[in-house]
Design a protein around this ligand. Structure first.
Ligand SMILES: NC(=O)c1ccc[n+]([C@@H]2O[C@H](COP(=O)([O-])OP(=O)(O)OC[C@H]3O[C@@H](n4cnc5c(N)ncnc54)[C@H](OP(=O)(O)O)[C@@H]3O)[C@@H](O)[C@H]2O)c1
Length: 306
């Protein structure tokens, strides 16, 4: 199969390429910096700018699968999360919507359309919340900045359905990986015996092990009954307090020093909501289609990663 991946140089994309590689697919990664991509050798990096249809579009013609993961990192790529300045907020939104629009245009021009678009999305769709309401894919969108981004991001992918392309939307939770994303940052205070919940710790954290994330993406590619939104989160989400306790246990470190909400807000501004609010999301539609999680519970997932 020919598989096109945008954002394939990122945390999830690289893991997905490694997962798909043994099957011998032709994997093409659309990247703004193909020369620097340093991808697993099964993948071919090809230049795109995420804004304009270019030469890359001929590779979309006749491709079997397109996976759209491109987008400015929500928390920034440094050791400390980056504030949501006005300019960063614009990049977070526009990078996703522009990349999706241009991909959809390339698919519209293709004589032989891909069979499926696996569209990146996030549980941020449901908004940052402090309640215990269980959210499946039928829950309505929230009304904060990230929810607005996700609603526009998903909406930009919808035209492919009219082209007869199956659209599976991957509403991903907090991806746990030892090599990137939020987990390495979360570990730091624990390493120094300073770990604990963030704020009151009652906010839900809908986590997923990176291996289940890529297994679920591959499942959405191959499973012909899979269309519409899917929550990519472990079936057993935990509150932030439980997350801290289990992480402390796995690391053999205390987990009772809570980081005060006011300090996080002072340091991170609006972005602190990403940590201080959450969503109790469950993967109802994946389970209905028979997807089996390798890591449904947090403690074995963290033991595997750490
Ligand atoms: N990791 C998580 O916990 C998580 C949770 C929920 C949702 N998601 C979503 O899933 C997608 C992949 O996540 P990830 O963690 O793998 O992200 P990542 O590591 O930040 O990688 C995203 C990729 O998108 C491309 N990109 C960045 N800025 C861009 C821009 N301005 N225009 C076009 N492309 C740009 C980059 O590729 P090039 O530099 O090669 O162009 C980058 O490698 C993201 O859209 C993210 O929002 C992730």
């Amino acid at each position: 199969m020919r598989i096109i991946i945008t954002g394939g140089t990122g945390l999830i994309g690289r893991a997905l390429i490694r997962w798909l590689s043994p099957a011998g697919h032709e994997i093409i990664v659309l990247s703004r910096h193909p020369g620097r991509a340093n991808l697993p050798h099964a993948a071919l990096p090809v230049f795109w700018d995420g804004i304009n249809v270019g030469d890359w579009a001929r590779l979309v013609d006749g491709a079997d699968v397109v996976v759209n993961l491109a987008g400015e990192n929500i928390a920034g790529t440094g050791a400390i999360p980056a504030q949501w300045t006005k300019a960063r907020k614009r990049r977070i939104l526009e990078s996703r919507v522009n990349a999706t629009n241009v991909l959809v245009s390339a698919m519209a021009q293709a004589q032989t359309k891909p069979k499926v678009l696996v569209q990146g999305s996030a549980v941020g769709y449901y908004g940052g919340r402090l309640d215990d309401v269980v959210l499946d894919e039928s829950a309505p969108p929230g009304d904060d900045f990230l929810a607005d981004v996700v609603v526009h991001w998903e909406a930009a992918s919808k035209p492919v359905e009219e082209m007869g392309v199956r659209l599976a939307i991957a509403r991903t939770g907090l991806v746990l990986s030892a090599t990137g994303g939020s987990l390495p940052r979360t570990l730091t205070p624990f390493k120094f015996f300073l770990g604990g919940p963030l704020g009151h710790g009652r906010q839900w954290w809908p986590w997923i092990h990176i291996r289940d994330e890529v297994r679920a993406l591959a499942f959405l590619m191959m499973e012909e009954r899979a269309s519409g939104p899917f929550n990519l989160t472990a079936p057993n989400p935990v509150t932030n307090r439980e997350f801290a306790l289990i992480l402390g246990k796995v690391m053999g470190r205390p987990a009772f020093l809570s980081a005060p909400a006011f300090a996080l807000r002072a340091g991170l501004g609006e972005m602190a909501d990403l940590l201080l609010k959450g969503q109790r999301v469950v993967p109802k539609r994946l389970l209905e289609l028979g997807f089996q999680f390798e890591f449904p519970d947090l403690e074995p997932a963290l033991r595997d990663l750490l």
